[in-house]
Design a protein around this ligand. Sequence first.
Ligand SMILES: [Zn+2]
Length: 254
Amino acid sequence: MFDVTRIPALKDNYIWLLRKGASAVVVDPGDAAPVLDVLQKESLTLSSILITHHHKDHQGGIDTLLAHWPSAKVFGPAQESITGMTTPLRGGERLHLVALGLDLQVMAVPGHTLGHLAYYGEGRLFCGDTLFGGGCGRLFEGAPLSMCESLARLAALPDDTRVYCAHEYTEANLRFALAVEPGNRALRRRADEVAVIRAKGLSTVPSTLAVEKATNPFLRCKEPEVVAAARARGIAENDPVAVFAALREWKNSF
Ligand SMILES: [Zn+2]
């Protein structure tokens, strides 16, 4: 089993550092400085960089990391422009990261961007800006249907999967979730817990898929209270994709 270290970066990003022995892999290094700091302090060798999508806050640090670790491999979405990419991926591949003895499943999860990838292995999911604590990414490039399908693919993983998303957005997301589904007791409990965690300056990530499925409105588009909330925003049918689209629109201006 590998260890995961959280590296806070930029405004509210998390860079995830996977490590075993003296070897390390980073996911979405939007900034190199805090990563170099950890690698150097702990005498780790960077063997690979995993990128979920092309946004600068997820890949801005690649250049500098490669200057220090020129033989590191860079995995990322084939259809997006990723600095120094050595291994373009489309989803469906299995990666074997030799240095960590780790097998990862690559999943195509378009919606936030068209090539967005998620990486899953040993019960951990690194999902970038697709699924967040209590929410989901904005649809910058994809359509509601493709994001719904992507979220369904993630939700089909085992309930105890730990969800390592790339931003600390949970508290604000849960405020929105409560507006959608005020009668959800698990959600109210989670919102209270998260408020306490954030008041102490601690992180709410990772969560688990079980928690997300019970409280994240974007995974609950068939639940009667969620459907009713979307219908109150003007949609005419109960189709889960239409419900999802209405929620996403509503959240954009919440
Ligand atoms: Zn993004």
